[in-house]
Ligand binder design. Structure first.
Ligand code: UD1
Length: 425
């Protein structure tokens, strides 16, 4: 199994191009099921999660191609055409690898009146049920049952628009129910909906496909259409990747220009980085993060919350950075009940972190020293990379397949900016 070897201590300097958002690309690719026309998608990152979804869509009957003018053009858009659905089953092998693949259920149900989708898997960060998705589909008129590890949904006469009040603003449930409602009869209102930027990006793409969707605060109104048509859409840049590089620049006291980063999607994380001592400026096409002039990092308390609150997907990376603050910081994880697996690995590197229920108490400044550590989930893995960049000596990160699920060319992007990092196969 691949490992990543990092020798810490180098400042990061240079320019990083931020990739297209993984969490945006996945539902947008899935929205291709809603039409028999071609959906052209630009800025899709090359990641194993995208590959996994490609296999799932192909099993359902999609034809997926990269539209290259030149052979060398690796960033060319992809086109997805689901002219005919050849199967309404998404099986265990691929769905269990990635939770987002469960979103095919809403789109398949809307188009075919039937779907059979394996219960999802993905990162081991708590139990992550799908009850909110299923309750919503029932409210739209679907008959839902769970049998032998599969969720089976039926609506032979089609879905009917309705009022759906979400218990929690689940990102996935919101996306699933929006997609299902675009082809339902009549109007649907989803209240207490997620309004994460990736949800808005999906809505943007669906509107280009002919969907009629309006957003009013945390309410999403969808007027169902008979059919949707093909479109061309460019996915937003990955705000989690951008903030991860910003944190890497901070912890190494470096200076990075993050090309393509949209600071409007990262207001709170960037505000916090400024607050604890770093300089961040907007540039013409991104941001500049400067840690050269920072002497001491100030401790902070933060709580993970739905957007526009602090994103849970940046919790682990901020924790790595706060091991270097002078004083005590508290991180309260409110989205997932078991998202502290990185703590014991950071402690192996010398961090002083104490867990109290959903709170992590981090006392700094710790002298981090390289060690053998294990990646446990996508964002946890990258927090170990961040810690390793400022640790003394060599860190060996095991199980890096988690990183490949969500960070495009991570080693290359970091080594281009001066990090001593290599993959050992
Ligand atoms: C998405 C993101 C993930 C991010 C998360 C929260 C993708 C592919 N993944 O995951 O990176 O960490 O949002 O911002 O976009 N819940 C239920 N019942 C449900 C659904 C969710 O109880 O039916 C709970 C979850 O267990 C969790 C919370 O709601 O505690 C939020 O989960 P949700 O927003 O659904 O996360 P995902 O869409 O899976």
């Amino acid at each position: 199994m691949d490992k990543i070897r990092i020798i810490g201590g180098n400042r990061l300097n240079g320019k990083v191009s931020i990739s297209g958002s993984k969490n945006s690309s996945l539902p947008i690719m899935i929205s291709s099921i809603l039409t028999d026309d071609v959906l052209q998608i630009h800025n899709v990152p090359k990641l194993t999660d995208i590959k996994t979804l490609t296999f799932i869509l192909e099993e359902l009957g999609a034809s997926i191609n990269q539209i290259r003018v030149k052979k060398s053009d690796l960033s060319a858009p992809i086109s997805i055409n689901v002219a005919n659905i050849s199967s309404t089953t998404a099986g265990y092998e691929n769905v269990s690898k990635m939770r987002a693949s469960f979103l095919v259920i809403g789109a398949l149900l809307a188009r075919e009146g039937y779907a059979r989708v394996s219960m999802p898997g993905g990162c081991a960060i708590g139990t992550r049920p799908v009850d909110i998705h299923l309750k919503g589909l029932k409210t739209l008129g679907a008959d839902v049952k769970v049998e032998k590890g599969f969720v089976i949904v039926k609506a032979k006469k089609g879905l009917t628009g309705n009022y759906i009040q979400l218990e929690k603003p689940s990102v996935g449930a919101t996306q699933n129910l929006i997609m299902a409602s675009t082809l339902a009869k009549g109007e649907t209102k989803i209240s207490n909906a997620s309004i994460e930027p990736e949800v808005l990006d999906l809505i943007d793409c669906l509107k280009k496909m002919g969907a009629n969707i309006e957003i009013n605060k945390k309410n999403i109104l969808i007027d169902g259409q008979e059919t949707l048509h093909g479109a061309s859409h460019s996915v937003m840049s990955d705000r989690i990747e951008a903030a991860t590089f910003a944190i890497a620049a901070c912890i190494t006291r470096g200076n990075l220009i993050l090309k393509g980063c949209d600071p409007r999607n990262l207001e709170l994380p960037l505000y916090l980085l400024r607050n604890i001592g770093f300089q961040i400026k907007d540039t013409d096409d991104g941001i500049n993060v400067d840690g050269y002039l920072t002497n001491e990092i100030k401790p902070i308390d933060l709580i993970t919350e739905p957007y526009p609150g602090f994103p849970t997907d940046l919790q682990a990376q901020f924790m790595a950075l706060l091991t270097q603050a002078h004083g005590v910081s508290v991180i309260n994880e409110k989205i997932f009940e078991n998202r502290f697996m990185h703590v014991q690995e950071l402690v192996r590197m010398g961090a002083d972190i104490y867990l109290d229920g959903d709170k992590a108490i981090i006392t700094g400044k710790a002298n981090l020293v390289g060690a053998q550590v294990m990646a446990t989930d996508l964002r946890a893995s990258v927090s170990l990379v961040i810690a390793a960049l400022c640790a003394e000596g060599e860190t060996l990160i095991n199980r890096v397949y988690h990183l490949d699920r969500g960070f495009e060319n991570l080693e290359k992007k970091l080594s281009n900016c001066g990090a001593e990092i290599e993959r050992i196969r």
